[in-house]
Design a protein around this ligand. Structure first.
Ligand code: ZN
Length: 335
């Protein structure tokens, strides 16, 4: 408002002018104050949005996926349950228009040597990107809950140890197209992580096959780094840095935990606790893809009949999902 513009409409006397100015001055000052405050709020919100994604995983939906997978029952490599799970995963990601590949091979059954059909599933986002990030989990379940004191030959459902990674990736499908990841993204489901009946049996059959194939048949693209998730759905989620990850993939590990720290996600604890052998070993050692393991190794129902949906939580899945989505948009390895 410029007083000179309205001069003709204003009263003539100085007193009247000063009263008018006084009447106008207070609302004007208030308007300026309000505009300044609003401007500040808008500005700070813009800055915050630039730093933090406006995308949130849906905890209820993620938990529904976990229950859907568990309703199939055990998903042991080569079993009918595993086939039904493959169907569920393929149908889910087809709805999002993703490219899905199956990498199949036979492995000898540890009990009788008979061939067991193994299948890794690879779901690609932005398949043309030559530099890619590998997000992976295992999706087979252990034949028996052998740490179960009362029922070591009972039914093992693997709600956290098996279904949680699958449920998380199914939930990520809803968000990956809304974000702009630094690199192309492959979600990989490894078979044969634990087709084991005794400690002598071989772990990581699927990831080892995948890593060996990648080393011996270099594709047109390159995996810049990888993140493995395992047991990330437990109710009381605590994720420490894992020793092998820190040793073999320090930059990736730090980048994930730094993202979590910036997001104030307290479930990611910036300290090394466990040393875990998991699917990240073949990826680091054979494929030379620096890969860290995000694993809650303090989950008490581990390898027991109590690893059920009731021991898991959609909030935990969403927490890890939100960190991963944010991390995908800001990760830069080796730059
Ligand atoms: Zn396990």
């Amino acid at each position: 408002m410029k007083p000179s513009d309205n001069e003709s409409a204003m009263p003539n006397s100085k007193a009247a002018i000063s009263r008018t100015v006084a009447r106008l001055a207070i609302p004007l000052a208030l308007t300026i104050a309000v505009v300044s405050v609003l401007g500040f709020v808008v500005l700070t919100r813009d800055v915050a949005q630039a730093q933090q994604l406006n995308v949130q995983c849906n905890a209820d939906r993620a938990f529904d996926y976990l229950e859907q997978v568990c309703r199939i029952g055990p998903r042991i490599s080569g079993s009918d349950g595993m086939l039904r799970q493959q169907q569920l995963i393929i149908e889910h990601f087809q709805k999002f228009g993703c490219e899905i590949r199956a990498q199949s091979f036979d492995a000898a059954h540890p009990l009788n040597g008979q061939p067991v059909r193994m299948t890794n599933l690879i779901v690609s986002w932005n398949p043309r990107a030559k530099q890619r990030v590998l997000l992976c989990c295992h999706y087979d379940t252990r034949p028996y809950p052998d740490r179960d004191f009362l029922r070591p030959r009972g039914t093992f459902i693997g709600a956290n140890d098996g279904a949680s990674g699958v449920a998380l990736f199914m939930e990520l499908a809803h968000h990956l197209r809304q974000i702009q990841p630094t690199y192309g993204v492959d979600l990989v489901f490894f078979d044969g992580e634990e087709l084991v009946y005794s400690n002598r049996d071989k772990y990581f059959l699927g990831s080892e096959y995948f890593a060996t194939w990648y080393r011996d048949h270099p594709p047109e693209y390159e995996y810049v780094c990888g993140v493995l998730v395992d047991m990330i759905g437990g109710k009381r989620l605590r994720i420490y840095q894992e020793r092998n990850s820190v040793r073999m993939a320090p930059e990736v590990t730090q980048s994930v935990w730094n993202t979590a720290k910036r997001m104030r996600v307290r479930e990611f604890i910036h300290r090394v606790k466990h040393e875990v052998r998991d699917d990240h070993l073949p990826l680091n050692q054979i494929a030379r893809i620096p890969t860290c393991d995000i694993i809650d190794f303090d989950y008490s129902p581990w390898h027991t009949t109590k690893d059920l949906p009731s021991a898991c939580s959609g909030e935990s899945l969403a927490t890890v999902g939100n960190v991963l989505l944010q991390w995908l948009t800001e990760v830069r390895i080796g730059e």
